[in-house]
Design a binder for this molecule. Sequence first.
Ligand code: UT7
Length: 329
Amino acid sequence: MTKITAAITAVGGYVPETKLTNFDLEKMVDTNDEWIRSRTGISERSILKEPGKGSSDMAVPAIEEILRKKNLDPKEIDCIICATVTPDMVFPATANIIADKIGATNAWGYDLSAACSGFLFALSTGAMYIESGRYKKVLVVGVDKMSAIVDYTDRTTCIIFGDGAGAVLLEPSTDGLGIQDSILRSDGSGRHYLHMKAGGSVKPATAETVAAREHFAYQEGQAVFKFAVKGMADVSAELLERNNLTGDDIAWLVPHQANLRIIDATANRMGLAKEKVMINIQKYGNTTAATLPLCLWDWENQLNKGDKIVLAAFGGGFTWGATLLTWAY
Ligand code: UT7
């Protein structure tokens, strides 16, 4: 029997029009453009400003772009996996809301929570549904409205995050294209460094938790930075090694966009020239689960069938990993 692999056959993306620049942030907290750019590489990020709009409102246009490009009837979609830490609401899953909004009435789906590694974990999960032969069209979307959980009085975290959505369509390939290998990791002992203190079952929302600003993302930046540099570089190097590849064989590195210094460290460890590294952190900031598909979206026209691509991420949990794929179109 011919082996089925899971190929990305279309990409869509969406970023809100409203921009929050470093100069805007200078007026909100004690920071400056020079510090933000030199420490993170970020100049501006997009913010979903309209009241009453949530993550699904960014995921829907990203997916609709895919439906248009592929001339697909939404009823053909089998499954939607939505990677997010900023769901529209605690339940039901944002994937269900997205399915309703796009008319994917034959699809089942769920949300996957792995913070900045969410898209990578969801991609791997979706790929297995395709590889099994059970499903033919799986949508994987990474979306986060970080502005909903960012404390704009905390200068150490508010400067890095932005809002956005990216999505890919996975379909079967019998030519060996698509997802080749993944190394995925998690370590819950890292939860103390990056999390939301209240609003879950351990500490439900009260007037006190709101007053103590515990419903925002809390991050110990330096600690996360150290784990991220090592975690992302280690798995990326391990992935190359176990597939007998070197940096020369790789057309593109698609790294999570959290900090330019973490991206540089990963690329150096893989022996990759800077021209092969997708970097759009300057205009979007860290959009959590959306960073990887937004890179694919921005670079789609430069990708060629057969290109070997490594995607790598690190995030809250801790969660991290790397995936090797062969571009299919
Ligand atoms: O995506 C999910 C995973 N997240 C990450 O990967 C993020 C990892 N962490 C980071 O990217 C960095 O740690 C940050 C960008 C968050 C912070 O950069 P840093 O180089 O680690 O700064 P720091 O926390 O070590 O602070 C250095 C100095 C401190 O001042 P002193 O103590 O040296 O006087 C901070 O108070 O910079 C100060 N500082 C700022 N100054 C101006 C912290 N934030 C700011 C700011 N503007 N926004």
